[in-house]
Design a protein around this ligand. Structure first.
Ligand SMILES: [Zn+2]
Length: 417
């Protein structure tokens, strides 16, 4: 009896293995993110959401389904390490407190599902949602994606932003602290920071975001306390800082990344390199600055500053991960089109396209702590695979021509043309 059942089990399992239908992608051109090079005529075999094999002339079963991308450039799914999917401000009218007070968490979540899908459809299979999502709106979006109710990218999630008293608000009267506490947790001592981190993790956070230098400035000890607390749960700490003492304390405290870093000097960029601290530069183009409400002259000056900072960071060799931070859409453009305007800044800084692609794939995965599962197309990695119509190494803006998206082996988009 037992023997018979065992035989039956072996039969069922082996027939499942034999008949398992894999997906075979024929890639005319293939981005090797590890080496920053384009290879020709590669095949990718995908099984159960995972890349099984990559190479030329691989053997496959007749029953496998074939995806012919022989005229396309196939890349690992892209990553944006600084997004706010639930936030949106009117063109040239960035009033944070107005959004906090006028929009509920549920409205924010609905917007977030739309923007999340836009990211996925345009080739971003992983995003780092970095806070400003009302009362943990993104935690529910992540659940909805996991439940299969909606499609969206893999989301690394910060929860509420932790900052010294005041969040990123200025001039709100003391009776209305609750306005910024909708989106921020006030934390002014290492103990308060630890408590805030535990609260965020309880609510679904998988990365911790601090802001320093907007109101109060964190000491290096504050940053270190955050890093040590988060480390207990295998989570990284990333910090909004522009430059000066605020940034120096972040570097000394050993955070994983500085977000923005608009005013970092060469010495700071060098110590970030030495300590392996990433720069997520959120490199706004002129149009982005203008959309945020700057006049032309200011927008030009701010963009020139970013071009210079990008150039210096690249020359020094600071690790960089791509991040956009766009919360104001340009007229006629959706969130992704508005976000990819930042590529104009990267181009103006003459950063090689292969390196920019690495900041969106393998480097981003390293910062996000997912480099053993995503960011490159090799066996045992998640099948997060996209294709574009033109060679992005000739012009990085070719990543705007995404026509195929696969996330964890599921085809999200495959335009027939
Ligand atoms: Zn931001």
């Amino acid at each position: 009896m037992t023997k018979k059942i065992l035989f039956l089990l072996v039969f069922i399992i082996s027939s499942l293995i034999i008949n398992a239908q894999n997906t075979v992608i024929k890639a005319g051109h293939f981005f090797d993110a590890r080496n920053g090079k384009m290879l020709d005529n590669q095949m990718i075999i995908v099984q159960d959401g995972i890349i099984k094999e990559v190479g030329t002339n691989l053997e496959f079963n007749k029953s496998d389904s074939i995806i012919d991308l022989s005229n396309s450039w196939v890349l690992p799914g892209l990553m944006d390490c600084h997004v706010h999917i639930t936030a949106n401000f009117p063109y040239r009218n960035l009033q944070m407190e107005q959004m906090y007070s006028n929009e509920s968490t549920s409205l924010r979540a609905i917007r977030g599902t739309v923007v999340a899908k836009q990211f996925l459809d345009n080739g971003f299979t992983t995003i780092k949602e970095i806070g400003n999502d009302a009362n943990y709106a993104t935690a529910d979006i992540i659940k909805a994606i996991k439940n299969g109710w909606i499609q969206g990218p893999n989301i690394i999630y910060a929860g509420k932003i932790i900052a010294p008293y005041g969040g990123q608000s200025r001039g709100v009267n003391p009776e209305h602290e609750h306005i910024w506490n909708f989106e921020y947790i006030d934390a002014d001592t290492p103990d308060e920071i630890k408590k805030a981190i535990r609260k965020n993790i309880y609510n679904g956070a998988t990365v911790i975001k601090l802001v320093t230098g907007v109101n109060g400035i964190y000491d290096a000890e504050d940053i270190r306390a955050a890093v040590d607390e988060a480390k207990k749960y295998n989570i990284k700490v990333t910090v909004h800082a522009h430059g000066g003492l605020a940034a120096t304390n972040v570097i000394t405290g050993g955070a994983a990344a500085i977000e923005h870093g608009f005013a970092l000097n060469n010495e700071q960029l060098q110590s970030m390199k030495d300590k392996g601290i990433f720069l997520v530069g959120t490199d706004f183009s002129y149009d982005n600055w203008y959309a945020y409400g700057m006049d032309s002259e200011t927008a030009t000056a701010l963009n020139n500053n970013l071009v210079d900072r990008l150039k210096r960071a690249y020359k020094i060799g600071t690790s960089m991960a791509f991040g956009t931070d766009i919360v104001v859409d340009l007229p006629e453009l959706n969130r992704i089109e508005s976000s990819l305007k930042v590529l104009e800044t990267w181009k103006a800084a003459e950063i090689p396209a292969s390196y920019i692609l690495q900041t969106m794939t393998i480097n981003a995965a390293e910062l996000l702590g997912i480099d053993n599962e995503r960011g490159i197309l090799e066996s045992s990695y998640f099948a997060d695979i996209i294709a574009v119509k033109k060679n992005p190494l000739d012009d990085i803006e070719s990543i705007k021509t995404v026509h195929f998206v696969m996330k964890e082996g599921v085809i999200i988009r495959n335009d027939k043309k």
